[in-house]
Structure formats: C-alpha cells, structure tokens
Design a protein around this ligand. Structure first.
Ligand SMILES: O=P(O)(O)OC[C@H]1O[C@](O)(CO)[C@@H](O)[C@H]1O
Length: 331
C-alpha cells in the first residue's frame, strides 16, 4: 500500500481569474468573466494526488493525502469550504493577529495569454511555523512523503522550513520541496527532491543552464533535482556519491489550454511515485519511470482549462509517448 502524502502549502490563495479581451496597463479594463477557486501550489498538488488516487495510477489506489498550511479570514473560510467539496483532508493553522488568506489574480486575454498578480500573503511569526510543523508532522511516519509547495508568507526564515523538512526525515519520511526565491537554495539540504522550474532555478542559483543550476542544489545537499522547462520537458539530476546522474524527457506537442499549475502537477506525480515505492531511491532505473510520469501528467494538465485537473485518458495516451533518456555527462 502507498504511503501518505502530507502536502504543506504555506501560502495558499484564492485564485481569481479575470477574462479581459485586450488588457492594457494604465487604463480601465472591463472584466467579462470572473472565476474564483482554491489555489496555491500545494492545493493544486493535493488536488492532482486525489485524482491519481481515484485513477489508481502509479500504485496510488491506497494513497492518503493530507493538506496543511496557514489560513485565515473570510477567504480562508471560502477556501476550506470549497476544498471540503473536493474531498481533501485538511489541517490548517490560523496565525494570530488578523491573518487573511491572500488572493492571486490572473488576467487572461482573448488569445489565452495569462498575466499574474500574486499577493505576498500576510506575515507569519516563528510561533506560527512551530504550530504548522506540529500539525503537519502529526501524520508523518516511515514511508510517507512530505511535500512543501509554493511560496512562503513574509516573515518566514529558512530555518523554519529546513526544520520542518528535517523533522519529517527524522521520522522516516521523504521530502519534496517546490518553492522559489532564496528559500529554494537555503532549504535544499532538507529535500530528497527539489522541483524548481528553470526560471526559479536560475533566480536561486544564478545559473541559466539546468545542469549547472541543479549541481548547485545537489552541492547544497539536495538528493535529487527535477527541473521543468515548459514544452521542452524536464530534467532529473541525482547525486550518486560524487557522480551526478541525469535524465531528460520531453512531452509530445500538445495544445496548451491553460499552463497554470503544470509544475504542481509534476510535483504530484513525483510525490505519488515516491509514496508508491517506499524502498526506492530515485537513483537508477525507477528514476526514468518517475520522470516520464511527471512529464506526461504535466502535459495532460495543460490541456485542461482548470489548474489542478487532469483527464485520465489524455494522461495515459501521452504517457505512452514519453520516453526518458539518460543524459549523464561524459567523465
Ligand atoms: O505560491 P506562489 O509561488 O505565490 O504561487 C501561487 C500560485 O501558483 C499556482 O499554484 C499555480 O502554480 C496558483 O494556484 C497560484 O495560487
């Protein structure tokens, strides 16, 4: 039976999408359609994991999924009520001092181009992180996977995130980190797998090349790095002693309906794979399977209009077309 995946989304959001035919900065823009849905990277990860469980994919039929993070205010209530309808197990921490769940706004034009405006979120204090760590770790044990996904609220120190990852590992769980900014590099040592996109990797390491950037994270202590690069696919790098092993897989060309959340979908695929193979190290043969699943699920996700949803038939069709290749550098 697959282990449990505990998804920590420190900075969830209500995702608001405005449709505006031809948006212009510096002018009034009339919105023709507004949609609101629960968001934040970890919420999307948990949503995809729930679908994988229902699909029985990757040995995930017994997968248990639990979602934690900071939450508060009217938008926090809106988010939990919506997530109740999705059947997700939720354990939130409400920071003191009037914490309110943030909004992220995406403006979509008539050609489908999306422009995002993401609020930073309300500040949190060290005591809030202690409460979140206790809540998230309540359910974490050997064979489980702890995923930390998305940005962190202002006031977060690297030691708080590292402390959470290391405490999960001390309980026998494996850890996946998908964050951005300075925390990505500062907390890499606590992660069995780090999953940035190429832009986030470049910002964190100063390296525009995926291999060079990943090597910075591996040197910092990460055990594996998956770098996503849009339609060009994904790279997996793992530390095998002093040697770096690497693979690449690209999706077939697919019609992109909504790219939002594609990276979150990849994180879900990787976490499900790790949970389903408790004794597997991602170095070697199984790495190929994990990478192919992540690429295929992500490509299937961009074909749906809603972030965090995947059509099972599309996923299976694409998975049959994705073949990972070893790309180890010559010695
Ligand atoms: O945590 P951030 O990096 O600010 O990203 C949050 C946003 O990313 C998404 O998860 C899409 O990847 C949206 O749902 C949105 O809430």
């Amino acid at each position: 039976m697959a282990g449990r995946v505990v998804v920590v989304t420190p900075n969830p959001a209500v995702d608001v999408t405005y449709e505006v035919a031809a948006p212009r900065m510096g002018e009034v823009n009339r919105v023709t359609r507004v949609t609101r849905r629960p968001g934040g990277k970890g919420v999307n990860v948990a949503s995809v994991l729930r679908q994988l469980r229902e699909l029985g994919a990757q040995g995930a039929p017994g997968l248990r999924v639990r979602l934690s993070g900071f939450l508060g205010g009217a938008q926090g209530r809106e988010l939990t009520e919506a997530l109740d309808g999705w059947g997700l197990e939720q354990h939130w921490v409400e920071p003191e001092g009037g914490y309110r769940t943030r909004t992220t706004v995406v403006v979509r034009d008539q050609d489908g181009a999306a422009t995002g405006f993401y609020e930073p979120g309300c500040p949190v204090a060290p005591a809030d992180w202690q409460a979140l760590e206790a809540t998230a770790l309540e359910a974490v044990g050997r064979g489980d996977v702890l995923v930390v996904s998305g940005s962190c609220p202002p006031g977060t120190e690297a030691q708080e995130l590292t402390g959470l990852l290391e405490a999960a590992r001390a309980r026998g769980a494996r850890t996946v980190l998908d964050t951005s900014g300075p925390l990505l590099l500062a907390c890499a040592a606590g992660a069995d797998l780090v999953k940035p996109n190429l832009e986030e990797l470049t910002q964190a390491t100063g390296e525009p090349d995926p291999r060079c950037g990943a090597e910075v994270l591996l040197d910092a202590g990460a055990r594996g790095v998956v770098v996503s690069d849009g339609p060009r696919g994904m790279h997996l790098f793992t530390a095998d002693g002093q040697r770096v092993r690497s693979w690449h897989a690209a999706p077939p060309r697919v019609e992109v309906v909504n790219p939002t959340g594609a990276g979150d979908t990849a994180v879900a695929a990787l976490a499900a794979f790790i949970a389903a193979h408790p004794s597997t190290d991602l170095i070697g043969g199984r790495a190929v399977e994990a990478l192919e699943a992540a690429v295929a699920l992500s490509a299937a996700a961009v074909r749906t209009p809603v972030a965090g949803l995947v059509d099972p038939g599309t996923y299976t069709t694409i998975l049959n077309q994705v073949k990972a290749e070893n790309t180890d550098a010559a010695d």
